[in-house]
Design a protein around this ligand. Sequence first.
Ligand code: MG
Length: 204
Amino acid sequence: MKIICIGRNYSEHAKELGNAVPTEPVFFCKPDSAILPKGNPMMIPDWTNDLHYECELVVRINRLGKNIPIEFASRYYDEIGLGIDFTARDVQEELKKKGLPWEKAKAVDGSAVISNDFLPWQNSASQNKIEFSLKKNGELVQSSDHTNMIFSIDQIIAYVSKYMTLKIGDFIFTGTPSGVGAVKSGDLLEGFIGDKQMYRVKVK
Ligand code: MG
């Protein structure tokens, strides 16, 4: 199982970090050791002073595929969940300046929060907006819906599968909207799709 993450997939978020809005998807991977075990707190590593939350819709791949044509991409998932792509922003900024890969900032243990529940996704034109949000200590800090993505889930699947085989059980983090920010010990993060609470994560 692998975790593929899309960067800069909401234009307001790209702008808030001073990045250009991309013309093709940006992606990176997290190892399976990054998944935060259910019920565990996120432990802030001692080598970062700026660990950020990024609330993201997460797709679980349900069939094997490579070089998937975009018109068939919707056959490769049928559920949507919610996650957090924790990012050591200070470390990432240093890596970006040097043109280096981002794993040191992105792959830390616990940095991939994935909801227990996944909700059915209807692959149809009548699909309602999937609204999602994140609260920090009870205060709304991020909210958006899937129609604000620069690259749709189908576009992401077609693009990524050109470069690597997608397998059953792989997760794709689809990018974060604006409103990212730092966490400190004692914070509580709660993610929602619509009104449904998808996860509750304590930070230590
Ligand atoms: Mg992200």
